[in-house]
Design a protein. Structure first.
Length: 139
């Protein structure tokens, strides 16, 4: 197994605790909408993620300005794709499983979106944001 992926998963545990806790706090504690809650939670998690992924996961020496811009691009693309798909999957499943109702569809959408986000974000970080360091490690 790729060591950067294992480190990415460890960082992901921390990031997930921070990001999901924030999302659910905004969703239930402040009654923000699904999109506002997931976006704000994702921004908070992204700050933690950038620092840990740059220094621990990929041990990158890429310029901070360049890697931060690329990081933000990947985060935004992954966010919109993942949480859009998460919401669509949850709504579809909750509509098909009638005994669940739709009360917890937003909670399920957050979880589905988070799973999709983890995979797409890793690929984006490894192949686009911190690519320079990965090429050095392979030599």
């Amino acid at each position: 197994m790729n060591h950067s992926f294992v480190r990415f998963l460890l960082v992901g545990v921390v990031n997930t605790i921070v990001g999901l806790s924030s999302m659910y706090l905004f969703l239930h504690g402040f009654s923000f909408s699904y999109w506002v809650s997931t976006f704000l939670g994702n921004v908070i998690g992204a700050c933690v993620s950038y620092i840990l992924n740059r220094s621990f996961t990929f041990k990158s020496n890429a310029a901070v300005g360049t890697s931060m811009l690329r990081f933000a691009i990947v985060i935004l693309i992954c966010y919109f794709i993942s949480y859009y798909l998460g919401e669509k999957i949850a709504l579809f499943l909750f509509a098909k499983i009638s005994f669940l109702g739709t009360k917890y569809a937003a909670d399920a959408a957050v979880l589905f979106g988070t799973g999709i986000y983890t995979i797409t974000n890793y690929l984006g970080q490894r192949l686009f944001v911190f690519k320079q360091r990965q090429a050095i490690e392979q030599n």
